[in-house]
Design a protein around this ligand. Structure first.
Ligand code: HEM
Length: 513
């Protein structure tokens, strides 16, 4: 009783010291206990998930069992994440646990299941690409949203429509030939037998000119003039986009706005198109059409249109030009392939008055198609795989259980070079595609354009462009490798699209007579 009285007297006298120290003790104890409980919970659940959880049976790097690190973890040096994943698959097999809640899969049937049969939605890291809160057809993770966008844009990729793109592909090919011939003639005038040209850059300019015309009827003239501010801004964006895509956690804190130059440029293009009332039936036309649609769900805002068009410029340029660059590299490494292709193309005569081979002359050339397919097998534009997420528990072919909320990467690049599915898998061998029965079988393990509802909408477009460009270049020019360029080009990097570290590939070019 007297102690209680003493305490009361202390408090009344304003001495709060004992009171506070009593509280601090309690707080300390509660804090420590809570901390201990949380730590115990985290450690126990991590240990459980690492060694006993449903993903524990899948092999992978030891630390990956515990940490849910982002894709950036494997991306050192920058742009080489795909090489790390390939190595992990070589070491651990078709299913690798690459992070606590992430697996990478290279079994062809499982990939078909993930992308086609189960059609799993895209993983949330795609959202890092979204600008100003306006998702595009490529980066949305919402299946319904995607369906509606794809429906709007599909007509721009119908075979008939792509056929109508042919004249612009042929005229851009003519520009490319003129630019190349000019360099060669200048070199000859200076007494050199050949011109040294940057084939990589020339092909990039070519693809940008084509997609600029196809997407919104704008002539960039990159092939002729060598520069235009819009593609240059887009190239910068691509590097930024690649970084944020790999580091989605950091990217949450970075404001993601469309580049002001792109906004102003595109707003002008859209406004001019609306004011002129011109109907070009290009991608922009289909997008502008949505501004007047009755259905509110289908009505896009200007920002949506800008982001979609920019997406097409990105998705439709380096993917295609870099594939053609790799194709020439492979032909330099395999001269018999170059010779075979040249023979096939030389057998086609130019028609009276014709200066450029057209699509109907080249679309069914077996060897040309085989060389393109084989190039895409070794150098797919997206070698880092397609990340998807499980929205419920699933069982992959062969009874491999994968729980809900797991990121599953469909690692097509590994499947399409795996000895389980390919004879002489490491050899660049276009001939393998010439036997229709075998080709059908191989196609089941070939994913350069992905598969399922999120496959590449531009596949037919890019194939047509590559056939026309490669056939005409092979027919009219002789390209010869430069050893140092070939050596440099071995360093491949993926910044959204697969490319080469130096972004330049010099070759010697001669006019064929
Ligand atoms: C060699 C050329 C090309 C290759 C190898 C290629 C490859 C791919 C791949 C693998 C995807 C899926 C990406 C993912 O799941 O993250 C994709 C999607 C896409 N591609 Fe391509 N692409 C090429 C050319 C083009 C062209 C020329 C265009 C446009 C004209 C284009 C437009 C798109 C779009 C819009 C998507 C997103 C589709 C969707 O989610 O519905 N691509 N492409």
């Amino acid at each position: 009783m007297s102690t209680l009285l003493n305490r009361l007297q202390e408090l009344v006298a304003g001495s709060t010291v004992p009171y506070l120290s009593f509280n601090r003790d309690v707080v300390d104890k509660v804090g420590k206990t809570t901390g201990l409980l949380v730590a115990t919970y985290v450690i126990t659940t991590r240990i459980y998930s690492a060694f006993f959880g449903p993903l524990s049976k899948y092999p992978g790097p030891f630390l990956a069992k515990f940490v849910n690190w982002g894709d950036g973890h494997y991306d050192s040096p920058a742009g080489t994440r795909f090489e790390k994943l390939i190595k992990l698959h070589k070491k651990y097999g078709h299913i690798v646990r690459i992070a606590r809640k992430q697996i990478s899969v290279s079994d062809k049937d499982m990939i078909q299941q993930i992308l086609v049969k189960d059609d799993l939605p895209k993983a949330y890291n795609y959202e890092a690409y979204q600008l100003d809160g306006h998702p595009t057809m490529f980066d949305t993770t919402d299946k319904e949203f995607h369906k509606s966008r794809r429906r709007i844009l599909s007509p721009a990729f119908s075979l008939r429509y792509i056929g109508s793109m042919e004249p612009l592909m042929r005229s851009t090919t003519t520009h490319l030939e003129v630019a190349l011939s000019k360099s060669i003639n200048e070199a000859n005038a200076e007494g050199r037998e050949y011109a040294e040209i940057d084939l990589w850059m020339m092909l990039q300019h070519y693809a940008i000119d084509i997609i600029g015309l196809a997407a919104f009827g704008t002539e960039f003239n990159m092939v002729t003039t060598g520069h235009h501010p819009l593609p240059e801004v887009i190239t910068d964006r691509l590097k930024f986009t690649s970084f944020i895509g790999l580091h989605p956690k950091i990217s949450k804190w970075i404001p993601k706005k469309q580049h002001p130059f792109l906004v102003t440029f595109m707003k002008d293009v859209i406004q001019n198109r609306i004011d002129s009332g011109e109907k070009r039936q290009d991608i922009l036309d289909f997008l502008i059409g949505t501004l007047y649609t009755k259905s509110e769900d289908d009505r896009l805002q200007i920002e949506d249109i800008i982001n979609e068009v920019v997406l097409f410029l990105i998705a439709g340029s380096e993917t295609t030009s870099n594939t053609m660059g790799f194709l020439f590299m492979e032909m330099f490494k395999n001269p018999h392939v170059y010779e075979e292709l040249r023979n096939e193309i030389d057998a086609i005569e130019m028609e009276e008055g014709q200066t450029v081979l057209n699509n109907s002359q080249v679309k069914s050339l077996p060897y040309l198609n085989a060389v393109i397919e084989e190039t895409l097998r070794f150098h797919p534009a997206n070698p880092g795989g397609a990340p998807r997420r499980t929205v419920s528990d699933i069982t992959l072919v062969g009874n491999h259980f994968v729980p809900k909320n797991t990121t599953v990467i469909a690692m097509g690049m590994v499947a399409q070079t795996h000895p389980d599915y390919w004879e002489e898998a490491d050899r660049f061998m276009p001939e393998r595609w010439l036997d229709p029965v075998k080709a059908k079988e191989y196609a089941m393990a070939w994913f350069p354009f992905s598969a399922g509802s999120r496959n590449c909408i531009g596949k037919a477009f890019s194939l047509q462009e590559m056939r026309i460009c490669v056939a005409n270049l092979v027919k009219k020019f002789e390209f010869l490798p430069i050893e140092s360029s070939m050596e440099d080009a071995k360093d491949r990097r993926q910044f959204v699209t697969l490319g080469i570290a130096k972004n330049t590939f010099k070759v010697r070019a001669v006019l064929r007579t």
